[in-house]
Design a protein around this ligand. Sequence first.
Ligand code: HEM
Length: 497
Amino acid sequence: MLLLILAAVLAGLLGWLAVLFHQRNQYWARRGIPHTPPHPIVGSFSFLFKKNVGIWMRDLRLQHSSPLVGIWVFWKPVLVVADPQIARRVLIQDSDLFRNRYISSGKSDPIGSQNLFTVNDPTWTNVRRRLTYIFTAAKLKAMQEFTTGKSQDVVNRIKEYNSENKPVDLRVLFSDVTTDIFGTFAFGIQTDSVKTGDSVLRAVTRTFQEFDVYRGMCWLSIFFWPGLVDIFRFSLFPKKTTDFFKKTVNEIIEYRIKNKVEKSDLLDALIKMKKEGLDEGQEFDDNLLAAQATIMLQGGFDTTAGTLTFTMNELAHYPDIQERLYNELVEAKEQKNNEDLGFNDLEKLTYLNCVIKEVLRKYPPMGWLDRVAATDYPINAKLTLPRGTPVYVNAIGMHYDPQYFPDPHVFNPDRFLPENESSVVPFSYMPFGDGPRMCIGMRFAQMTMRTVISEIVLNLQLKPKPGFPTPDKVEFETKGLFLLPGAPLCLDFVPRN
Ligand code: HEM
């Protein structure tokens, strides 16, 4: 009898699962949205750990003729949008309904879950408002001299390695310099990673870059299956680094308050937040401060270092483009009687900015923009998204769509020259995202990249190094989620007179 009951329960359970499974599989078909049938457990994500997510998104656009594609992030239906008009509505016009991201780092990880990138409303609006002013042009200009000095250290390090016949792993070198720059900005402590190859912060950012299977699982779950995060106590940052950040930020903040040090930087904005608290009714937790400093370092150092790495590799393989950039820089220097190029000079350099834009078109570190519909939302006459449905704006998919960027695999900075830029369709190009949740550090990243690239190109000629890949053969990370180099990239450098 007991066996019979057990068999009936099991049959009922299997039947229920089969119905759920069928309903899930039919989700996009019932709504008339193109899709590829999902894997029973991981949904559309059977490529995980084999292919970079950004590259998968890029290829997804090419696989379907429709700019709207339905996928399953594990069991959750997600709409992927590669249409500039709908992207504009989601990111800008109806941004009040798409304020939150699907990504979530759970309650067991206060540093990972309370930072600007992962936190949702109402805290997000409050924190973003208080941090925006530290990225104004005036504040960035104050960082220019420091950034130029660090970029000159980069050139010296390359020359030193050259003289010792040691190869320079570009991603390592650029991670050293971006750790120094964004670490100083975020924590107010100066480090010398470029000169020495190490520092207290570089030890931390090195850990950030280590993606073993466990850390890959943490990120996967945080980005794509947030329901699992608290169950397995996954964290965005390795545990040992979050303790370090909490301690460092709290000590510096205490020191500044006690000694009345004011620098009008990120830490000052955090001190102000601590003194004033959040808006009424919102809980204030001291980890909120360390969380913001940490995300500025994480959000800034690897994305910028990766972009610099790809820039150098492209320039080495396109000597004409490199020479044109060199000539623009030499001319700008001559106009300044050979003084260092400042913030305003670099901002105005047309071709330098075209090169950076084109690198970010080909290699946007985060190629998809994550939002969740706060209400039922009509996408078009046939499709209304139920409340809570995630939408991924497929920026990289549009960057590689030949109707917006002809010959998308070709590195061609001319696409962004003033005379051509008007033909770039609005919202088809978004390496920094768009709308209220776009990258807060965009101008800082641009300033850093302009400075580092100009110092290198003015002083060194870049050439491909035998044994290292051409741009079309570059490998990307498969365990980490961002579009970053997955294997060392090295070049030959010839000093210019
Ligand atoms: C090449 C460099 C960088 C690229 C390509 C990049 C790209 C992005 C993208 C695509 C987003 C999501 C935007 C959206 O959803 O619409 C983002 C968000 C963010 N980025 Fe960046 N980023 C870069 C550098 C930086 C730097 C230097 C910092 C800080 C110093 C930073 C801090 C952040 C933060 C805090 C967010 C979350 C903003 C929010 O949700 O309010 N990023 N970034």
